[in-house]
Design a protein around this ligand. Structure first.
Ligand code: PMV
Length: 328
């Protein structure tokens, strides 16, 4: 008999603390309402994983369950394959209970935006497998298996994107999930601009690591200053002091520029947004491309979006604070 489960997880936007969060500091991340969808069907056929992920050019991929994680794995399938492997290796289910698994993924957002489609697909795979096999996993267990998956595939990363896909909302997060704490935020009005350039997170992490090797004192001072901004931002969110929230975004951006992860294009979009009345604006995520965010008041959005477009950015319309992984 075939059993099918569909789940979805949100994309994410980093609000404060990128890069420093890789090295033991906190960050703040919000989940966005564009989602990654994943369907898993379990059937009694041969013990093999098959994957169709048309958004990332994967069709008809097949691998025996015993060989998961081995051999050449196409880029578009790595996170899902390792997530399935790590779920099985977690020992939460008898191997003999798992037969043919067919997984299909579909995203509401382009994988180029930097919204975290890879982490969301790992989280969805773990959640869907637990549901299809009727194994209860806590959110923390889903986080742990999915975070291991991210480290297996890309070697580096704080896990903030995994936590966002699992828990949703807006989170205060410390490296590796040492602290995952939801922030009570009623609204978070952001204008978002895509730079048109796909950034590779690991390349940017390595770039900052090289700068840190050259000048450890400078980089550590920047990380400490970023951590202080995150603490102040947490407080400002709690008080709903959006002027302060915006000002802290600008401060965070100045420090990210010192880490040399902003680009001319992102700077132009950020300056445009500020000039059009944003409370604050900064890059979101590793930098080198992807998106910038700008915080606005009730009326400010159209002018800010105009300014982002004038600077050559593509405006993306999403709401923040979205729900975490869920069964559809
Ligand atoms: O580029 P993104 O959205 O994947 O964000 C990366 C943020 C970093 O702090 C640079 C890396 C991480 O895993 O925290």
């Amino acid at each position: 008999m075939q059993r099918t489960i569909s789940v979805s997880a949100p994309g994410k936007l980093m609000l404060y603390g990128e890069h420093a969060v890789v090295y033991g500091h906190p960050c703040i991340v919000t989940a966005v309402d564009q989602r990654l969808h994943l369907t898993v069907s379990q059937s009694a056929t041969r013990r093999e994983l098959s994957v169709d992920a048309p958004d990332v050019a994967v069709t008809g991929y097949k691998k025996p369950l015993e060989e998961l994680g081995k051999g050449v794995i196409p880029k578009g399938v790595r996170f899902v394959e390792y997530a399935v492997k790590n779920f099985i290796d977690s020992g939460r289910v008898l191997r003999s209970r798992i037969a043919g698994l067919h997984i299909i993924t579909k995203s509401e957002f382009a994988s180029t935006f930097g919204f975290g489609s890879s982490s969301a697909s790992a989280v969805c795979a773990v959640k869907a497998l637990s549901e299809v096999l009727e194994i209860h996993l806590s959110s923390k267990e889903i986080f742990e298996i999915s975070y291991k998956t991210v480290l297996d595939v890309q070697g580096k990363g704080s896990g903030f994107d995994v936590a966002s896909a699992v828990y949703g909302g807006t989170l205060y997060f410390v490296t590796g999930g040492k602290i995952i704490s939801p922030l009570a935020i009623s609204h978070l009005p952001l204008a978002i601009g895509y730079s048109g350039v796909k950034a590779d997170t690991v390349t940017l992490i390595n770039k900052v690591a090289a700068l840190s090797k050259e000048n450890p004192e400078l980089v550590n001072t920047i990380y400490t200053a970023i951590a202080e901004i995150v603490e102040k931002a947490k407080w400002a969110f709690e008080k709903e002091d959006f002027e302060e929230v915006g000002r802290l975004m600008n401060e965070n951006q100045a420090l990210l520029s010192k880490l040399e992860v902003s680009t001319e294009k992102l700077d132009a979009m950020i300056m445009g947004a500020r000039g059009a009345g944003a409370f604050g604006a900064k890059i979101s995520g590793a930098g080198g491309g992807d998106c910038m965010i700008a915080l606005h008041d009730a009326q400010g959005k159209p002018a800010i979006e105009n300014a982002i477009e004038k600077a050559g950015g593509e405006v993306i319309d999403v709401s923040t604070n979205a729900e975490g992984v869920r069964v559809e």
